[in-house]
Design a protein around this ligand. Sequence first.
Ligand code: LLP
Length: 431
Amino acid sequence: MLSDNISRRENGELLFAGHSAAALAKKYGTPLYLFDEERIRDNCRMYKDAFFTHFGAGSVPYYAGKAAAFKEMYRIMAEEGMGIDAVSVGEIHTALAAGFPAENILFHGDGKTDADIAYALDKKVGRFAVDNPEELEALNREAVKRGIRQKILLRITPGIDPHTYEEVNTGTVDVKFGVPIETGQAAEFVRSALALPGIKLLGYHCHVGSMVFDEDVYERLADVMTGFMAEMRDRFGYTAEELDLGGGYGVRYTENDPPADIPTRFAEVAARLKADLKKAGLPLPRVSMEPGRSIVADAGMTVYTVSTVKHIPNCKNYAIVDGGMTDNPRYCLYGSRYTVLHGTRESEEKDRFDLAGRCCESGDILQRDILLPADTRRGDIVCVCTTGAYNYSMASNYNRLGRPAVVMLTKDGDRIAVRRETSEDLCALDV
Ligand code: LLP
């Protein structure tokens, strides 16, 4: 199986985190998002251990909530002692409503409004990752008004191509995020931050992209950022205390993807960073990263019920399910590959299908050209694996479809984390 939290009983029933997907479908209805809580916690601990081993107690990973943000997730993150990367008032509010400590939140985003900034300051969010000079000025104004010095990281664009898909590349000079080193603007950004009375500059943030498998991206990033830190020390006499290397480690969606051995990769990056710092005569900063996908992706599975199967002779077969691009837009947006498994049987005789959704749009495809039992039919359960990241968080109400429920699975049982959106919910904001 793709991941060791997926298995099958002898009778063919598919199990996720030891629970029958078909039984959960019966209990909660479909489409349904499942989360393996132990896997989320294991992934957090994997990162925390790696950070502790290589950088000591002060260095902590921030979970990038954009991958999957709801109260139960933030409660788990608080229990695991993770920090949080939040990108909106909505994410911050959700985290605080779950009891997550504001001090451990890093507020990201390239388009923060004055109202966003005021909200985060009033809630005493620990750090801002400041994206651009206008935001820096606005933050300074609001901080001075409140008589405080806000702790910040400056978002620096390192000029590194992560060789991932275009929509998630954020490292090269031409992207909309951060301020580039190679144009000289990043140095000016630092100069301004150091001069502002409402700003306490802690260091730098950078992020090269998402779904990164390229072997030495983070090593190159360490080189570039150490070079920048040394240059800023030499020019302004300023030594950064913190360095955040962003998120981006890739995960396995299909058997063809390489296994992502994050602890080993991270150890290599840590060794390179330490060597770079030593060479530059810089002290070890508080190091952080912001993993999203690699914390929650393999902790997720989506369960659907087949509504109809269409065999178009000499053309193709469609299996149409009761969800679609509304609960998982990633194939439509990026052509993302997924592994699809039948929920109750694995027959000898298989056929090729396109797994399509129920939306009124031909492009509403969850996955093309997958193998399912040839006799797949209405009422069958079909599961899409590795949907924990960027599915629930990117879901929409297109066609006035309610978003699925989210169910947490543990050794002891299953519980609702987010209830299913009803037709009444969909009308709740209409006047
Ligand atoms: N930090 C920053 C500043 C980011 O922009 C992101 C992702 C992360 C951390 C987390 O990256 P991760 O570890 O999850 O790769 N919707 C796309 C992914 C967009 C990623 C946006 N930023 C997808 O479904 O593939």
